[in-house]
Write a protein that binds this ligand. Structure first.
Ligand code: DGL
Length: 266
């Protein structure tokens, strides 16, 4: 029997998934969420498929033990290379952050040129290119890895000039035909302004966190997974390292203060 009061598990390598969680909180106020940030292993974006799969399966086991009714991989890197393995290893439905974005980007582009920025592993997986071409082969995809973005954000340097310099370096060669740029990493909304200032104002930026929240809500309605209660849901936070730093990040990113984060050793 379904128990809709059960929590939704959301995970990422670090703080990036908080951009998704805050939009999920707004879209689904009655739901309880368990967030796991794998801060002992961040960044995922320069690691091998085997390593990332191993980390993800540990997290999924943890979320399983917490009786999550749904798992959201709030990480593009894990979504790009570990989705299938994760789905094969759990009975809980698992949603990823790439599929919902692809649909919106394909509908959005007028020039049939889409840009995607992400981690090294996400970009080299070709996941975006393959999924876009599965819908429309005529779309030209410009992909660019931006490996310094995640460490800059994790080090709370989003507003430092170093973020600006990195954005200028990575984004200077976006072809002029590109009219839609997918932020293919859940960390990147945290430097969205810097990214926007480094590219043509004609390019619209697709922030996956917003798109994903709508997609999750639709999925839950369709599959009768919504929590019908009237009480406001709660967030619980777990990480694998450095509690204090993460509590500060929650305050900065989600504007939620005095959150208690628990460290777990997976
Ligand atoms: N936020 C993640 C992503 O969307 C992970 C980035 C990383 O850990 O390198 O790809």
């Amino acid at each position: 029997m379904k128990n809709n009061n059960l929590p939704i598990g959301v995970f990422d390598s670090g703080v990036g998934g908080l951009t998704v969680l805050s939009k999920l909180n707004a879209a689904l106020p009655q739901e309880n969420f368990i967030y796991f940030g794998d801060t002992a292993h961040v960044p995922y974006g320069n690691k091998s498929k085997e390593t990332i799969e191993k980390y993800c399966l540990n997290i999924v086991r943890f979320l399983n033990a917490q009786k999550a009714k749904l798992i959201i991989i709030a990480c593009n890197t894990a979504s790009a290379i570990a989705l299938k393995t994760i789905q094969e290893n759990t009975d809980i439905p698992v949603l990823n952050v790439i599929d919902p974005c692809i649909e919106v980007a394909v509908n959005n582009t007028k020039t049939n040129h889409i840009g995607v920025i992400g981690t090294k592993t996400t970009i080299s997986s070709q996941a975006y290119v393959e999924k876009i071409h599965a819908i429309n082969k005529n779309i030209v995809v410009y992909s660019k890895e931006c490996p310094l973005f995640v460490p800059i954000i994790e080090e709370s340097l989003s507003n430092h000039s170093i973020a600006n310099s990195a954005a200028k370096l990575y984004l200077k060669k976006i072809p002029k035909e590109v009219d839609t740029l997918i932020l293919g990493c859940t960390h990147y909304p945290l430097i969205k302004k810097t990214i926007q200032n480094s590219i043509s104002s004609k390019i619209s930026i697709l922030d996956s966190s917003i798109v994903v929240a709508d997609y999750v809500k639709e999925y839950m309605v369709k599959n009768s997974l919504l929590n019908g209660g009237f009480l406001k849901g709660e967030n619980s936070f777990y990480i694998s390292d450095d509690v204090e730093k993460f509590e500060n990040s929650i305050a900065n990113i989600m504007n939620v203060f005095n959150c208690k984060v628990k460290k777990v050793d997976l």
